[in-house]
Ligand binder design. Structure first.
Ligand code: FAD
Length: 336
């Protein structure tokens, strides 16, 4: 096997671009650290993007009500001025101690694509790597996918989308905008999505730009598409590609071999959020310090601690306490 090419070292490497990872990256950027984030998902936001982008969250401090997708967008916008290096659609697999120079020790995390040396690491892996559920459709078709990254690649092609989750609706809109011929089907009559997605879906359906069959029962795939049971009819839907959006399942197995003193699904840490390994910190749902309080507000607080203590670990001349952001002037989107 060809050895993976090592990337240039960063001060901080964060496993997981969910809310805890994004907020930790923001604080690390504020403290002057270079930051890289790895996530197996093709987009940032962790559970909020993968599991409930359409839901409203009511208990984020200072935010009476916001959709999970809007919370992710705000976290990413807040972090953008620090230009983190995002490595999406990559699964972090191993952690090894490494020499960064003759005098400096650090850690290398290896994913399925590359190896990433860093002076410090924050594990913000939440419930685990959010992997798409397998397609359980019977029969065979040459192009069945559970991840859809580049809608533009489907221009002029016919795509059948199976599922009722927000990702199915978003894929239908994106593919239609990219010039694909889209059919969307779901076992139930209703689709999940934000009003900003469901409204255009209705319009495109009315205009005949997207064909919707719901409720409809997938019967089986074949070489040319899929058989659907719609009421009492069995109808064949021709498709060049089939995208199955069945939601996601978390998987911690890649990280559980790391020697972090795991207690079940949690990694223990001290009051600075550092694990038993020097320079390896933890934040968010996977941190034992929050226990069963798997909440945004708890994970964001742990992220602030982990990032600031990681900053001091990387540069011992820094104070861990960041001071008040209100004493600074940071770039604002409106200032452009
Ligand atoms: C349906 C639902 C509703 C919720 N509602 C609320 C609410 O109203 N209020 C509230 O406070 N909380 C709510 N939560 C909980 C909240 O979403 C979590 O507390 C929060 O997402 C935890 O953030 P995190 O960054 O720790 O982890 P996550 O959001 O799980 O992000 C972790 C990321 O790490 C990635 N990852 C893990 N392992 C690897 C690996 N080996 N390689 C690469 N990537 C990896 C995952 O793919 C994931 O993207 C809700 C949760 C759910 C499921």
């Amino acid at each position: 096997m060809t050895p993976l090419q090592p990337a240039a070292p960063t001060d901080l490497l964060i496993i997981g671009a969910g809310p805890a990872g994004l907020h930790a990256a923001f604080y690390a950027g504020l403290r002057g650290l270079s930051v890289r984030l790895i996530d197996v998902q093709p987009e940032v936001g962790g559970q909020l993007s993968a599991l409930y982008p359409d839901k409203l969250v009511y208990d984020l401090p200072g935010s009476p009500s916001a959709s999970a997708a809007d919370i992710v967008a705000a976290l990413a916008t807040q972090l953008a001025p620090f230009s983190p290096d995002y490595r999406l659609s990559e699964l972090a697999q191993t952690l090894t101690q490494t020499s960064l120079s003759q005098t400096e020790r650090g850690w290398t995390v290896t994913s399925d694509r590359a190896s990433y040396p860093a002076r410090a690491v924050i594990v913000a892996a939440g419930l685990g790597a959010l992997l798409p559920r397998e397609s359980r459709l019977g029969g065979q078709h040459p192009d069945v996918r559970t991840v859809l990254v580049e809608p533009s690649a489907f221009k002029g092609k016919s795509v059948l989308i199976v599922g009722g989750v927000p990702q199915a609706v978003r894929a239908a809109l994106d593919l239609a905008a990219a010039g694909a011929q889209v059919t969307l089907t779901h076992r139930r009559a209703l689709f999940r999505g934000s009003p900003a997605q469901l409204r255009p879906l209705e319009e495109l359906k009315r205009e005949g730009q997207i064909t919707v069959h719901a409720p409809a029962e997938p019967e089986r795939l074949d070489e040319a598409g899929m058989w659907l049971r719609i009421g009492n009819d069995l109808r064949h839907i021709a498709a060049d590609s089939v995208y199955v959006a069945n939601g996601h399942l978390p998987d911690l197995s890649a990280l559980q071999s790391w020697p972090l003193g795991w207690q079940g699904e949690y990694i223990p840490a001290d009051a600075t959020q550092m694990t038993r390994l020097p320079g390896v910190f933890v934040a968010g749902d996977v941190s034992l310090t929050g226990g069963d309080f798997k909440l945004l507000s708890v994970g964001l607080a742990q992220a602030a601690l982990a990032a600031n203590f990681a900053a001091q670990f990387v540069n011992p001349a820094l104070k861990a306490r960041p001071g008040h952001s209100s004493d600074r002037r940071l770039p604002q989107p409106a200032d452009d």
